[in-house]
Structure formats: structure tokens, C-alpha cells
Write a new protein. Structure first.
Length: 97
């Protein structure tokens, strides 16, 4: 399963990826505004958006992409590793390997 992470902190990018690997997920991290986001998230199975560390424009674009492709979206205000870990736990329960 591949997940797109929109938002978060640049300095935690490596930890985000390491945490995803522990759960057996692939993770595409977008901590900065991206041009061509639609093409970069075309093969993801779910999207996590850290709302406190993302612009309104990027969030809106990501939500539109997710809606068009019927990708589940998980919105969290906090952008810490524990928040991401909890999200991955929920995803693992919802979609066992």
C-alpha cells in the first residue's frame, strides 16, 4: 500500500518514511507546496494531510485529487510521528496485508 503524506515538517521526513516502512507501507512525502501534485500522487492508495503544516491551497488541491480518484483521506491537525503512527495503525486494521 502506498500513502501520500501532504504537509508535515521537512526535518521529520526521514522519520515519517521510517515509520511507514515499519508498518509495511510505501510513503510519498510532500512537506512543501508542489507543482503537479496530481501527477505525483496518481498511484497512492490513501492520503494523509497534516492540516497545521500545509497551505489552504495545497489542502484544497489534495482533497480535489482524492475526491476525483476516490482515495480515502485522513486529516490530522498534529504533524508528529505519534500521529502518523496512529494513522498507520488504523490503516493496518482496516486493510490487513
Amino acid at each position: 500500500m502506498c500513502i501520500a503524506l501532504i504537509g508535515g515538517m521537512c526535518r521529520l521526513e526521514r522519520q515519517y518514511i521510517n515509520e511507514a516502512e515499519k508498518f509495511g507501507f510505501g510513503l510519498k512525502v510532500f512537506t512543501k507546496p508542489e507543482t503537479g501534485l496530481k501527477g505525483k500522487v496518481k498511484n497512492v492508495d490513501a492520503m494523509v494531510i497534516f492540516t497545521n503544516k500545509v497551505s489552504h491551497r495545497t489542502k484544497k488541491d489534495a482533497m480535489t485529487i482524492a475526491k476525483d480518484r476516490k482515495i480515502p483521506v485522513f486529516l490530522y491537525h498534529s504533524c508528529g510521528i505519534c500521529t502518523l503512527r496512529n494513522c498507520f495503525s488504523d490503516l493496518k486494521v482496516a486493510r490487513p496485508a
